[in-house]
Each structure stands twice: as C-alpha cells, then as structure tokens.
Design a protein around this ligand. Structure first.
Ligand SMILES: Cc1cc2nc3c(=O)[nH]c(=O)nc-3n(C[C@H](O)[C@H](O)[C@H](O)COP(=O)(O)OP(=O)(O)OC[C@H]3O[C@@H](n4cnc5c(N)ncnc54)[C@H](O)[C@@H]3O)c2cc1C
Length: 566
C-alpha cells in the first residue's frame, strides 16, 4: 500500500499544503482514458494544461500529497513565460517573481564580465524571472484544478505499466490500495529518476560529469540587486565556482562546487554548509551577517537524453526524457518547451486529426532540441567545472587573461536556455517564401512579440491552435476564406488575424491595428510591400511553419497539409 508522507515539508517561506489523496472507492468504475500523465511536476502539469486547451481530457497521477521539496528551479526565461502565459499562469509568476537581466562574473575580486541580456520595448517579459519552483507548481496546480478536463489524483503512484495492443495498462497504488487504469496514451513525466524509463529498460545517451555541487537556499538580508553572481576560483574554494541568485521571500541561492573526492554526505553536514556559506559571505563583504538554512541539496552535471521519446503508447517528457545541467537554467525551462510541443502533437493524434506517426515528429524535434542544449550546456559545464587537466588549463588561462584582456571576457557568457528553432522540421512549408525574407522569424523559429499598446502585445492574442496572421486591412479573398472554412470543417483549430486593420475584416476572426507598421517591420515585411498582404502561419506551439510575401488559397492549403499531415 502506497503511504505518501502527510507531514508538511519544512520551509522557512513556503506554506506546504497536504492534499487529500484521490481514492478509487469514492469514484465510479474507470473507463479507458485518452491520456494518463504520470507525474505532477512542471512537465506533467503543463502537458495536461496544453492538452486541455486542445480539448483533450487527461488523468494526472501524483505520487506525493504535496508540491516538490525545496526551490529547485528558480530562474524562468522569457520563452518559458510566453508558454506559461498560454496556460494561464504568467500573471501570477510576474506578481510574485523577481525579474532580471544582468549577470556578473568575478575573478580574484575583480568583476571581469558583465552580461546584459537583451530586453526591448516589444518584450512583455524580462529575459529571466526568479520564482521558486513550489510557487510555479502551485500556480500550475491551481490552473489544473480550474480545468474540468484535468483529473489530478494526489497520492496515486504508478507502480507498473504494461503495453497492450494500441493502449497501456497501468497499475496505480494509493493509500487504500491499488487499482488498474487503461489509457490510449501514457505521458511519462515522472522526473529525472523516471521509474517508467527504468521499467522499459531504456538507455540515455550523453555524458555525466564528475564532481558535485551543493545548492543551499538561505534566508538572509543582502543588499544586492537581482542579478546573477558568479565567482571563479575564490580563495576559500580554490579552482571551483560559486553562483548566487536572489530569490523572492528574502531567500538567496548559494551554489558551490565541491573539491574533488568530497562526498555529498560530507558536503551536506550542517557544519560543512555553515563554514562554506560563512566563507562566501565574508568574501562578498558580509562576514557575520545572520542567516538561516532553508533547504540544501547536492547535484552533479549530466548531459543525457533518450534518443527517442516515443515508445509504443508511452511518451517521455521533461526530466524523464533528458537530464540537463542546471547551468544556463535548462531543467524546467526545457520541460515547458517539451510539454508545449507534446501537448499539441498528442492532441492532434488523440482527436484523430493525424495518425500516431505524427508523434515521431514531436520526438524528432524535441530530441533535436535536447541534443542542441546538450552541446551548449556541455560548453558551460566544462567552463564552470573543467572535467580534465586540459580543460582546466584552458579555463584558467581565460580567467587570468580576463583580468587585463577584454577580448577573452565574452567567454564567460553562460549561454542561457533559449528556445530551439525547428528550422528543418518536416512541418515547415516547402514552397512558401521563407527564403525571400531577409528578416523576421523564419521557419521553425518562435514568434516575435510586438507591443501594440501600453499593456497589449501581439502574443496576448495568439495561441490555442494554428494562427494565420495576414497583414492586410482589406477583406480576405473568398478562395482563401474557403480554404480556412474547409480546414475547420475537418476539425483543424485555425484562427485568422488581420494585422494592420482598424475595422473587422471579412474572413478574419480578429483584427489588430499596426498604426506605425511595427508588426510588419518585425515580421520582415517592408512598408513598401504594404500593398501586398504578406502572411505567417504559426503552429499551435507558436513556432513559424510558413510565411509568404503573397498568400493565395492553394499556397495556404499546401502549408496546412504539410503542417498537419493526415
Ligand atoms: C535538487 C534539485 C535541484 C534543482 N535545481 C534546479 C535549478 O536550480 N534550476 C533548474 O532549472 N532546474 C533545477 N532542477 C531541475 C528541475 O527541478 C527539473 O528540471 C524540473 O522539475 C523538471 O520537471 P519534470 O516535471 O520533468 O520533473 P519533476 O519536477 O521531477 O516532476 C516529476 C513528478 O513525478 C512524480 N512521480 C515520480 N514517479 C511517480 C510515479 N511512479 N507515480 C506518480 N508520480 C510520480 C514526482 O513525485 C514529481 O512530482 C533541480 C532539480 C533537483 C532535483
């Protein structure tokens, strides 16, 4: 019998709620489910919310009775916020979060590099916002509770999954004993130690780095702004790296590397934590300042991915699909992109709009993303924690040169998580005008946000299905309207937006003004082309799959057929 803890987790700032378990005896017999999501972490909940947006119901199994322990992921990128906006939690993240855009790297007491992440008036969100993962999970959980298509079951632990013909059978254990569920699809969002991955005996590819890092969250009143602080080779921890981040609620994250040979158990002894945190505080000029420990943990850097995320009826996502180093804030930020991609691909299959082989596209795209991240993160990891004598020599040369030489300083850039571009996706239109554009988001890129008014942005109006942006103030040609109508009759979710129109446009579901031509310009359409309509087709995850200088009915039909093969 599964007995999750009913004792609220300790925290100096987060009031953990213990939820009631979902018990099979209180519910009628279980019919076969369309989708069961295993795991109520960021990946599982965003997948369920995305599926619900596309009208697909899901059961979410959560082994525990509480949100996750400790702050874990604390830095969320702009693209993550755009995804969270789509599932309705960005406002709460903004209210409670600490936005930032500067990072400082120090060596021998000197600031040797200052990174300024770009932020322009067209961005609704800052490059990064700091929020503890428990809050993020609370906001996602609240959104799930409000969504009638999501059945989130606390205290329900998956213990076995068996693949049958065209579906899976799941054994689920609860505080009153086990029950069985059948589901067409199973989303394995059960985290880095995925039991499903182990049960299916799947191997990940990539590298694991030696050495450990301690993450410690302390409550302390430090007078520094919300900026990333990185200290290389400090006197109290020679050869190693220390990172510091301000978190909401008076908490600071101190993240330091351990000397070779030290075990996690040794590192987490209270006296060891205290000595090192005191040494770090002394180094930044705050020796003796009072602090309290909230949570600490140890991790090692791994760059591993499954080479395929789809295995029969089981689809892996988030940490269950790949393990990425946290340098560059990649864990949860990548999980959102996985979940958003999986949400729409799986919804199209579950609704019969495409065949199961469509999921191979999701896997190809997201494995490609994981591999790109692994390459990037590997570089950051080797700089932060050189894995061999050669790498250390090179890193140390950069450190010492950076004291006097400007040209090496950009090597400190820590390559923050950024959205993968599906430039070679099979869903990109083959005979559109992508190659004729000289700017604007290209095939596979995420969309460019644009400010329309004080608190009104282009992306506020998009999402939930395919979006066709037509840059016109005139009515859409009837032939084009007929293609849109036919696509919708087949069930394809497609919204048409007339950009640059100040009155309703026949054939468009909504119109957005573009008085100063800013949206046109950012989408690579010059003012001289204003006579031509120009158009973009966005997939449900908002990535661009077609763009035209001139759109007509056959071209739209071809693009839709490529973006969603039947
Ligand atoms: C100690 C630690 C520190 C971290 N620090 C950072 C950081 O600083 N920055 C960063 O970006 N990322 C960090 N991460 C990574 C980040 O937390 C993850 O990338 C993120 O949570 C991934 O989300 P997920 O939903 O894939 O997995 P998880 O958040 O791990 O969620 C998995 C969920 O599945 C549930 N589950 C597992 N097995 C079962 C089962 N059999 N049945 C039902 N439910 C099950 C678990 O209880 C959990 O709720 C950290 C992770 C850890 C563990």
């Amino acid at each position: 019998m599964h007995s999750p803890s009913t004792e609220p987790r300790p925290s100096l700032y987060y009031p953990y709620e213990v939820f009631q378990p979902w018990l099979a005896s209180a519910h009628p017999a279980q019919d076969r489910k369309k989708v069961v999501v295993v795991g109520a972490g960021p990946a599982g909940m965003v997948t369920a919310l995305e599926l619900a947006r596309h009208g697909v119901p899901s059961v979410v199994l959560a082994a525990e009775l509480q949100l996750s322990q400790g702050s874990r992921a604390i830095c969320f990128t702009r693209r993550s916020m755009e995804i969270l906006q789509q599932v309705g939690v960005a406002e709460r993240m903004t209210e409670g979060g600490l936005p930032w855009r500067f990072g400082n790297s120090y060596y021998r007491g000197q600031r040797v590099y200052r990174l300024e992440a770009p932020h322009d008036p067209d961005d609704r969100f800052f490059p990064i916002i700091n929020v503890q993962q428990q809050y993020l999970e609370e906001y996602l959980h609240d959104a799930c509770k409000q969504q009638p298509l999501i059945d989130l079951r606390w205290g329900n632990k998956l213990t076995q999954v068996t693949q049958e013909e065209g579906h899976a059978r799941l054994e689920v254990d609860t505080p009153e004993g086990p029950y069985t569920l059948e589901s067409d699809w199973v989303v394995a969002a059960d985290g880095g130690r995925s039991g499903i991955r182990a049960a299916l005996n799947l191997q990940m590819e990539g590298a694991s780095y030696e050495g450990f890092f301690v993450i410690a969250d302390i409550r302390i009143d430090l007078p520094f702004p919300t900026e990333r602080l990185a200290f290389f080779d400090p006197e109290w921890n020679p050869g190693n790296t220390i990172l510091m981040h301000r978190e909401p609620h008076g908490i600071w994250r101190v993240d330091y590397q351990l000397p070779p040979g030290e075990t996690p158990e040794e590192a987490l002894r209270p006296e060891s934590l205290k000595a090192r945190i005191d040494a770090q505080l002394a180094m930044i000029g705050h020796a003796g300042l009072a602090w309290e420990m909230d949570w600490s943990s140890v991790y090692s850097a791994r760059t591993l991915t499954l080479p395929d995320f789809v295995h029969g009826s089981v689809i892996f996502t988030g940490d269950a699909a790949h393990l990425l180093p946290i340098f560059g804030v990649r864990g949860a930020n990548t999980a959102f992109q996985d979940a958003q991609s999986l949400g729409w691909h799986l919804a199209m299959v579950a609704k019969g709009l495409s065949g199961p082989e469509f999921l191979a596209n999701h896997s190809r795209e997201r494995v490609g993303a994981a591999r790109e991240i692994i390459t990037e993160a590997g570089k950051s990891t080797r700089f932060m924690a050189p894995p061999s004598r050669g790498f250390r020599l090179l890193r140390d040369a950069v450190l010492s040169l950076s004291l006097t030489q400007e040209f090496v300083r950009p090597l400190y850039h820590w390559r923050t998580s950024r959205p993968h571009e599906y430039s070679h996706s099979a869903l990109n239109c083959r005979d559109d005008d992508n190659a004729l554009f000289t700017s604007g988001p290209a095939h596979g890129a995420p969309p460019q946000n644009v400010r329309l008014a004080e608190d009104d942005f282009l992306l506020d109006h998009l999402g939930g299905g395919f979006d066709l942006l037509v840059f016109t103030s005139g009515d859409l040609p009837e032939a084009l309207q007929a293609v849109v109508t036919a696509a919708r009759q087949q069930g394809l979710p497609l919204r048409v937006t007339a950009v640059g129109a100040t009155r309703p446009v026949a054939g468009a579901d909504q119109h957005l003004p573009d008085a100063d031509g800013r949206v046109r310009a950012r989408y690579g359409l010059s003012a001289e082309d204003a006579a031509q309509s120009g158009a973009y087709l966005l997939r449900p995850d908002q990535h661009i799959c077609a763009r035209w200088l001139r759109l007509d009915a056959p071209r739209l039909q071809a693009a839709l057929a490529t973006a969603l093969p039947h």
